[in-house]
Design a binder for this molecule. Structure first.
Ligand SMILES: Nc1ncnc2c1ncn2[C@@H]1O[C@H](COP(=O)(O)OP(=O)(O)OP(=O)(O)O)[C@@H](O)[C@H]1O
Ligand SMILES: [Mg+2]
Length: 261
């Protein structure tokens, strides 16, 4: 019990430090640019440019804060609002359409395979698939195809996975990619655009459905979620302390499942 409490405390401490790091760089750049703009007389065009660039940074900060608020609501036990989704393939196709420009720019295709229906929170599923597809698009090798697989099974669960070819995630990083602010490529740490929250949100969405998130990376990288097609769990209990993230190795090298909290 003491070891778990210590672990939770360290996790919270680390989380606070990560938040501070993520906020410090864009805030420093906003302050610097604004100070510079105020330093001497500038024309309206130049001032508009500064405001435009500051607005972009502010929008990034707002989306970072929104992501953190979402994760905190999930930690407090917020559950998915389920309603009937007749076709997960149609939902996935909508997400692909939304990413069309990014896919085109990356020179990769995307196809949806399989289908299932069930009771899910469609807005949350769109968000999870969107995060997975954004990652796959970023890491996919040019000229290849990203697969979105929808695989229902006989036990009333469905696996949604997004797979791409490209550099594999090293086995030592794989168990940690669902952690907040974790980026396997340390060079991109504290980068402007990617905060390492996308997969933490994917795992939270799985938990909100009483499901799990998983990742495999060998010749292809495949990341996804496994969900019950309807809610069978008793109503959520309120959590009084920072919950621990349970990571348990799945079958085979480089395969990990994140247990539901
Ligand atoms: N398909 C993939 N191929 C290779 N590495 C991946 C893939 N998906 C995720 N990763 C690794 O996992 C890390 C965590 O992913 P996550 O989506 O949480 O963060 P991010 O994409 O870096 O930032 P954000 O999602 O906040 O923009 C990534 O930084 C990357 O190192
Ligand atoms: Mg991401």
């Amino acid at each position: 019990m003491l070891a778990r409490l210590d672990g939770a405390y360290r996790q919270l401490e680390g989380f606070n430090a990560d938040v501070a790091h993520e906020l410090r760089t864009p805030l420093a750049s906003l302050i610097g640019e604004t100070e510079l703009a105020l330093h001497r007389e500038r024309g309206i065009t130049e001032l508009k440019e500064v405001l435009g660039s500051n607005l972009e940074d502010l929008q990034r900060l707002a989306s970072l804060v929104n992501d953190m608020l979402f994760l905190s609501r999930a930690d407090r036990g917020e559950r998915a609002r389920r309603s009937l989704v007749r076709s997960l393939a149609a939902l996935a196709a909508e997400v692909v359409d939304f990413h069309e420009a990014a896919l085109h720019e990356a020179g990769v295709g995307a196809r949806v395979q399989g289908d299932a229906e069930g009771e899910f929170d469609s807005a949350l599923l769109r968000r999870a698939l969107s995060n997975l597809l954004a990652n796959a698009t970023r890491f996919a090798q040019r000229g290849t195809v990203i697969d979105i697989d929808i695989a229902p099974d006989a036990t009333g669960s469905v696996r949604l996975s997004v797979s791409n070819s490209g550099p594999a995630i090293p086995a030592e990083h794989l168990p940690r990619i669902f952690e907040r602010f974790y980026r396997a490529d340390r060079a991109r740490e504290h980068g402007k655009d990617n905060h390492g929250l996308g997969l933490a949100i994917v795992a939270a969405i799985a938990r909100m459905h009483g499901g799990t998130a998983f990742a495999h990376s060998r010749s292809r990288t495949s990341v996804g979620i496994s969900l019950r097609t309807s809610d069978l769990r008793p109503p959520a209990q309120k959590l009084n302390c920072t919950p621990m993230l349970t990571v348990r190795p799945g079958p085979g090298v480089g395969t990990f499942d994140i247990g539901s909290r």
